[in-house]
Design a protein around this ligand. Structure first.
Ligand code: GDP
Ligand code: MG
Length: 175
């Protein structure tokens, strides 16, 4: 049995649903080990990937420090995958995903120097009154080299597991 450990960071503007997404994804095994010093919540998800492979995902969730850039280098260090999330009903949070992507790419690379895989998640798809349409998301995802994008609802549990599976698949293939 081989075991792989991946560090995945979840970023995006405040209130887009990052913590709800992590909680939904890890369900029972969610541990709120709050690290006040770096403003981070950690959660661990263990996946049985195949008969011979187990994956440990260490999910890093910024705990209300989204506007403090002083902690980001620590936060980004050695991350192998990234989720950038916005809220479909909050246009600003969509526009800011570019800022987050640039921040990740400038502070974090894989060992070979390439950017880390980054999923763009359009959360709160269960809500009416969207402020962002699919064509815009598609365009941004393509032009800024995201690994993939999908709508999600942390509230309803829509595409939460699937989007993480997609990211894990990419991370597994790159080593
Ligand atoms: P964070 O600041 O990015 O960690 O966001 P939170 O996870 O704390 O969520 C902020 C608010 O949005 C809370 O009131 C959540 O209940 C709500 N929320 C999160 N995800 C969803 C979702 O998919 N749909 C809806 N309707 N509300 C959500
Ligand atoms: Mg949070």
């Amino acid at each position: 049995m081989t075991e792989r450990l991946f560090k995945v960071i979840i970023i995006g503007d405040p209130t887009v649903g990052k913590t709800s997404f992590v909680q939904r994804y890890v369900q029972d095994s969610f541990r709120r080990d709050y690290k006040g010093t770096v403003g981070v919540d950690f959660a661990l998800k263990i996946l049985k990937w195949s008969d011979s492979e187990t994956i440990k995902l260490q999910l890093w969730d910024i705990a209300g420090q989204e506007r403090f850039t002083w902690m980001t280098r620590v936060y980004y260090k050695d991350a192998q995958g990234c989720i950038i999330m916005f809220d479909l009903t909050n246009r600003n949070s969509f526009l800011n995903t570019l800022k987050w992507k640039k921040d990740v790419d400038s502070k974090c690379t894989l060992e070979d120097g390439s950017p880390i895989p980054c999923m763009l998640l359009a959360n709160k798809c269960d809500l009416p009154h969207r402020q962002v349409d699919q064509l815009e998301i598609e365009k941004l995802y393509k032009e800024h080299n995201f690994t993939g994008w999908t709508e999600t609802s942390a509230k309803e549990g829509l595409m939460v597991t699937d989007s993480m599976r997609f990211l894990v698949d990419v991370m597994m293939k790159q080593k």
